[in-house]
Write a protein that binds this ligand. Sequence first.
Ligand code: C5P
Length: 399
Amino acid sequence: MTALNVVVGISGGIAAYKAVSVIRELVLAGHDVHVVATSNALKFVGLPTLEAISRNPVHTDLYEGVDEVRHVSVGQAADVIVVAPATANTIAKIATGQASDFLGNTILASTAPVVLAPAMHTEMWQNPATVANVETLRSRGIRFVGPESGQLTGSDSGLGRMSEPSDIVAAVLDVAVASRDLAGRSVLVTAGGTREPLDPVRFIGNRSSGKQGVALATAAAARGASVTLIGANLEVAPPAGVRFIEVGTTLELQSIVNAEAVTADLIVMAAAVADYRPAETAQSKIKKRSDSSTLELRLEENPDILRGVVAARSGDQVIVGFAAETEPDDAALLELGRAKVTRKGCDYLVVNRVGWTEGFASDRNTVIVINTAGDRVGEASGSKLSVAHRILDLVFAAR
Ligand code: C5P
């Protein structure tokens, strides 16, 4: 295994002394370990111990290394982050995205996988507040190792004991390797919605925010792929670490997709593409008509980019299309998907329902994935990022 940059976060619980063994094992296995300790953690284990064992400076104070913007750079450089022990308080802070200390900033600023090794008393682990926080974090793809049942700090025993250091290290390395399953692959993602100009100030467009496509690019990059994201009128920022190309219209999207598709192993066409564009684009603002209460627009058909990519496909490229439909009935929605996958000829089609209140601006999504034969290969529901990971699992798992 190549050496990983591992951030070991330590929060303030008695199990912090065992974090020293986690660090030691990672260092001896050849990994570069950067410790981020909360101020409470340092009441349980000494800073010199952590620095000597990790062979790197320990980060605690948000205001250290300000010139190097260290509160984000440590997280950005990480291949994997583990927090051991993760106290109930730290779990709550991570679940609510708090950045009041170095550890919170590091986790927020990172796209690396995160593993938490909880340690607390049984009542705290089973408290509905903790249960809800753990559920939230799991739904965002954060992994948990433990807690186990056993002797706790006082005379009590039960669920809440931190996992053994070697089990934590094994989980961290598993997650790091699994999370890089797209290393060496080249992924092309289209996102957003095309806009077809009527005149210099108006366009025909759609409500696609680009969030699902951006989540797909984020997920693929986090899994080690080299990602090109072609964004049409995105409402969200493209993620760091991907090559981003901005387009506006369907014809612009087509020319970039055709050029980029040649070298892609996986092509995911998540963009909502206008089927028609105005036959003429006025060079100055179209004026309100005084002689008529109606205005007719003549539209001409846009090329089907996805079909073009399928027709020009090379080797064992995987091509994924999207179908956003307003059909309310589940069975009928699936039938529409089946007809579309046959028409388009792509390997997979991600079918989702959209409407006035569904699909577009939301941070969540519910999709069904079908293959080229129209068979259902899986479904996903949750945050757009978790849906993105599931789609990547489904379309690569079959290969
Ligand atoms: O036919 P429909 O627009 O519903 O198909 C959606 C899928 O086809 C999406 O993957 C979309 O990116 C792609 N598409 C395309 N070119 C078009 C229309 C749609 O590539 N002109």
